[in-house]
Write a protein that binds this ligand. Structure first.
Ligand SMILES: [Zn+2]
Length: 121
């Protein structure tokens, strides 16, 4: 099982796209992600930036990465475009911007089709 290291593996296609796979395996991203998490820990202990109730779990790209922008460090490696989310908030955000017939990968790496996390109050 591979550790989840970025959001595009969660929100998009059933299989991670090759360009995203390469990016998430790159040392540049790993360093960027680790630095961002350290920064968040120094700010508020590393809590989720959305709900502030759960510890952060995943570094989310606020701008969806594509083959066109993933190699642009001003986008893909820019802390200003990152957000530290817990899994629930992250999946909710991905659900909001994904096609409804898509799914996401759980923390265990299982593929779960939408819609699991829309508000149901
Ligand atoms: Zn949260």
């Amino acid at each position: 099982m591979t550790e989840l290291s970025g959001c595009c593996k969660l929100g998009g296609e059933r299989m991670a796209q090759a360009f995203a796979e390469a990016f998430y395996n790159s040392s540049a991203w790993r360093k960027c992600r680790a630095a961002y998490i350290s920064e968040r820990i120094s700010i508020d202990g590393g809590m989720c930036e959305t709900c502030h109730e759960e510890p952060g779990y995943i570094v989310h790209h606020k701008i969806r990465l594509t083959a066109d922008n993933i190699n642009d460090p001003d986008i893909s490696l820019n802390h200003a475009h990152l957000k530290y989310d817990c899994l629930i908030c992250h999946n909710r955000e991905e659900a909001d911007r994904s096609d409804p017939d898509r799914g996401y990968f759980s923390a265990d790496g299982d593929y779960i089709p939408y819609p699991p996390l829309k508000e149901e109050q």
